[in-house]
Design a protein around this ligand. Structure first.
Ligand code: IPM
Ligand code: MG
Length: 467
């Protein structure tokens, strides 16, 4: 498939061509955020400015995946144009779409492209038509193989109840309001991957199916460090969830968490059994800040946590490792029942783009502009069906994406205006000084028509203001 090159410095139109750029490192788990400018970045007219370029792989997958991917790409195009960041985006097959086209849920070419990118954006995989396939021909195998192949062992799943959507939660307002939890799920170990596994016969000759929950100290240690780092940047509370009263693998988990905690004296570590955690999440979710847990408990608890927020259609996630490309995906599935009807909520996918920019590429400002635009879209009353409530405007997948883009562009204009205002204030102060303490309005007014381009140009190339 052809690569799409999104280019955007100082232009409202989107230049599309093919390009090659070197890959950039992922800065995680320290979450040290910095902008990486590739060696191939181009310069401004005076040679003083360069812009970053990133190679992304997008995996639309199945069901609603292609439609939410299209919206996410439109948002990426917009942010490319607004922020002057270039993206070379290539699309690859994964899951059911790959099974149908190439007979495997994870083509080699897809895995290679992902490993060779700066970051990967995945929509969703799966659908009824593949449900009865042999295990190795199920879409989920493609996703698990991709996570393992990319080595992204840490899955960050935030669950935040937005004030705009608090009434979409099935919990009472006073329970749901203000919930802000980060679930850190171990993603490449445990019972999902443990050996031995399979089908066999027991001593009575009866058929059995079996899996193995297994963790090594190093696997627990590395996910613990990611979780402590995250908790340290949040409210400093880490709750490790396990089943240490029954499972040996959980006992080792608890021991290792306790040892790693010594390196993070500023973070308060608590332990909770998973059955209790499932209950506490419903009873009093605000007691949680950061949760760290194994692969299968994380799968279950993150779905539960997401429902506190009103809709799973709002939640993005990041799958990362210590260095190398991360995988960014909404938490929700492929929703085959509404696929192709323009009813899907693309906001989790759009917020996954924001996570990709922030955690995968260090493009914090671009990420925050997207997050802000999503909030504004909700503030403006637009809702997809899953988050609809009385008095709001029901729109489809494409339309809500357009509203997010409109909000990004409106914010840009607002910051240009405030920048011009700041310039005017500077000029007025200078004017006041020059004219001996009294602002010479006539002089200021005379300066206004010529005012703008040169100063804006200066700001543009100095990297200040909204540019
Ligand atoms: C998730 C999903 C996957 C998982 C499935 C689709 C394999 O439920 O990302 O939470 O179990 O990890
Ligand atoms: Mg799940």
């Amino acid at each position: 498939m052809e690569a799409l090159f999104l280019s955007g410095l100082g232009s409202n139109s989107l230049a599309c061509s093919r390009t090659l750029t070197p890959s950039s490192p992922l800065r995680f788990p320290n979450l040290a955020i910095r902008r990486v400018v590739s060696a191939a970045a181009s310069s401004g007219p005076d040679g003083s400015s360069s812009r970053p370029k990133y190679r992304l792989t997008i995996l639309p997958g199945d069901g609603i995946g292609p439609e939410i991917s299209k919206v996410a790409l439109d948002v990426l195009c917009c942010i490319s144009s607004e922020e002057g960041i270039d993206f070379e985006v290539q699309e690859k097959l994964l899951g059911g779409a790959a099974i149908d086209a190439l007979g495997t849920p994870l083509p080699d070419d897809t895995l290679e492209a992902c490993k060779d990118s700066d970051a990967v954006l995945l929509a969703a995989i799966g659908g009824y038509q593949w449900d009865n396939n042999e295990p190795h021909l199920r879409p989920e195998r493609g996703l698990l193989g991709l996570r393992a192949g990319m080595g992204v062992f840490a899955n960050l799943r935030p669950a935040v109840v937005l004030p705009q959507l608090v009434d979409s939660s099935t919990l009472k307002r006073e329970v749901a309001e203000g919930v802000d939890i980060m679930v850190v799920r171990e993603l490449t170990g445990g019972i999902y991957f443990g050996q031995p596994k399979g089908f066999g016969k027991n001593s009575n000759g009866e058929q059995i199916g079996f899996n193995t929950e297994v963790y090594s100290v190093s696997e627990i240690d590395r996910i613990a460090r990611v979780a402590f780092e995250i908790a340290r940047k949040r409210r400093g509370q880490l709750c490790s969830v396990d089943k240490a009263n029954v499972l040996e693998a959980s006992q080792l988990w608890r021991q290792t968490m306790t040892i790693v905690a010594k390196d993070f004296p500023d973070v308060e570590l608590t332990h909770m059994l998973v059955d209790n955690a499932a209950m506490q999440l419903i009873r009093n979710p605000k007691q949680f800040d950061t949760i760290v847990t194994n692969n299968i408990f994380g799968d279950i608890l993150s779905d539960e946590a997401s429902m506190l927020t009103g809709s799973i259609g709002m939640l993005p996630s990041a799958c990362v490792k210590n260095s190398g490309p991360g995988l960014f995906e909404p938490i929700h599935g492929s929703a085959p029942d509404i696929a192709g009807q323009d009813k899907a909520n693309p906001l989790a996918m759009i917020l996954s783009v924001a996570m990709l920019l922030k955690y995968g590429l260090g493009e914090v400002k671009a990420a925050e502009r997207i997050e802000k635009a999503v909030i504004q879209t909700l503030d403006n009353g637009f809702r997809t069906g899953d988050i609809m409530s009385a008095g709001k405007k029901l729109v489809g997948c494409t339309a809500i994406g357009q509203e997010v883009i409109r909000a990004i562009q409106a914010n840009h204009l607002a910051s240009v205006h405030s920048c011009i205002f700041d310039l005017l204030c500077d000029r007025a102060a200078q004017n006041k000084h020059d004219s001996g303490g009294k602002v010479d309005i006539a002089e200021l007014e005379a300066a206004l028509p010529s005012f703008g381009m040169e100063e804006l140009r200066g700001l543009f190339y100095s990297g200040r203001g909204p540019f």
